[in-house]
Design a protein around this ligand. Structure first.
Ligand SMILES: [Zn+2]
Length: 102
């Protein structure tokens, strides 16, 4: 079950005043009110999960796209992508396979 982070829209109690986390099922509707004082709250995207999931997802998709180009023999495409991603050795390797000479 994911942990959702809530922040009060109006002045809350000591529990919700600075935001709080709730373990909820994905199918559960978001909370509208603090369970303790009833102040209105809104759900916010947790900065923790956003930080962790984004770079990993990008790296995975970059790698799979590189593998795709390489398996299709599109060496210059793969080289350019690897170069932009800072993968210098892989870029050099792909440039050589593409027929470039350094
Ligand atoms: Zn409260």
């Amino acid at each position: 079950m994911p942990i959702y982070e809530y922040q009060p829209i109006q002045a809350g109690c000591s529990y919700c005043g600075k935001g709080f986390d709730v373990l909820q099922k994905i199918s559960e509707p978001p909370l509208q009110h603090c369970p303790r004082c009833g102040a209105r709250v809104r759900r916010v995207i947790s900065s923790f999960s956003a930080c962790v999931s984004e770079p990993a997802g990008e790296a995975a998709s970059l790698d799979s796209r590189l593998n795709g180009y390489e398996s299709e023999g599109k060496w210059s495409h793969a080289a350019e992508m690897a170069d932009k991603a800072g993968l210098k050795e892989r870029a050099m390797d792909d440039y050589k396979k593409a027929g470039y000479n350094f």
